[in-house]
Design a protein around this ligand. Structure first.
Ligand SMILES: [Zn+2]
Ligand SMILES: [Zn+2]
Length: 250
């Protein structure tokens, strides 16, 4: 299995705008972050988690020309707004691409992207919508999933074998954190050092890591308040920040 960080920025990306650099050293390319999503290659299938507004350039840079399925974490536009870019993947492969998402975001996704799922006038649909509840299969790939808290809404965590992805996380519900035991890699959202109403801060995330004890942890979904080198220097062993294009073989 191979995981590529397509983007590891927060909802604004990093830097915020020209000359609005937050705390980052803009001369370090690892601080230039597009919006968060990952590409997973497993059993010869390409699974995409989230369709960020930067999706087209992310897939181009990854030299990716085929997506077999898309899994959505939640409906926030930094995780969904690149969905129309999937049209090229559908055209190139002559395929209708399945989108897996939870029941609670189904309505808003259909409202926002009706032509993608239903077609409109001269345009045929190019994706099909699949609602998920619990664990499910994409062909022979077992996907484990559960909801975690992200302020006033929920987000899906996804686990495939010994790898899991939990972005935009504030808290776990009940004992769900135990579903992340025995991981080789956990990619987890870290917006900034301080806690945010919808995102856990650095100390809280470190507490989660100490409890789960993944072999390796990588931070994603970082604002321009987090400088790569500075954050790396604060990270205990086996924890590091992501950068766009980072690839991990598992
Ligand atoms: Zn987000
Ligand atoms: Zn979010």
């Amino acid at each position: 299995m191979k995981v590529r960080i397509l983007g590891c920025g927060g909802s604004f990306g990093s830097p915020l705008a020209w000359g609005k650099n937050g705390n980052i050293n803009i001369n370090n390319s690892k601080n230039h972050r597009t919006r968060s999503s990952i590409l997973i290659n497993v059993n010869d299938k390409n699974l995409l988690i989230d369709t960020s507004p930067d999706l087209r350039s992310q897939l181009y840079n990854a030299k990716c020309i085929k997506i077999d399925a898309v899994l959505f974490t939640h409906e926030h536009s930094d995780h969904t707004a690149g969905l129309p870019d999937m049209r090229a993947m559908s055209l190139i492969n002559q395929s209708i691409i399945p989108a897996y998402l939870s029941e609670d975001i189904k309505e808003s996704m259909i409202r926002n992207y009706k032509y993608i799922f239903d077609g409109h006038k001269d345009y045929s649909p190019f994706m099909t919508l699949k609602t998920i509840n619990n664990n499910f299969l994409i062909d022979d790939v077992k996907i484990e999933t559960f909801k975690h808290n992200h302020g006033s809404i929920d987000v899906q965590s996804y686990r495939i074998n010994n790898f899991a992805y939990s972005t935009d996380i504030k808290n776990f519900y009940e004992n769900d954190i135990d579903k992340l035991k025995d991981l080789d890699l956990w990619i987890v959202g870290l917006l900034r050092y301080d806690p945010h109403p919808s995102h856990a801060g650095f100390e809280q995330i470190i507490d989660y890591i100490k409890y789960i004890k993944p072999k390796k942890t990588i931070f994603t979904h970082m604002t321009a308040l987090l400088d790569y080198e500075e954050l790396l220097s604060k990270c205990p062993e086996n924890i590091e920040p992501a950068y766009d294009g980072m690839t991990i073989n598992l």
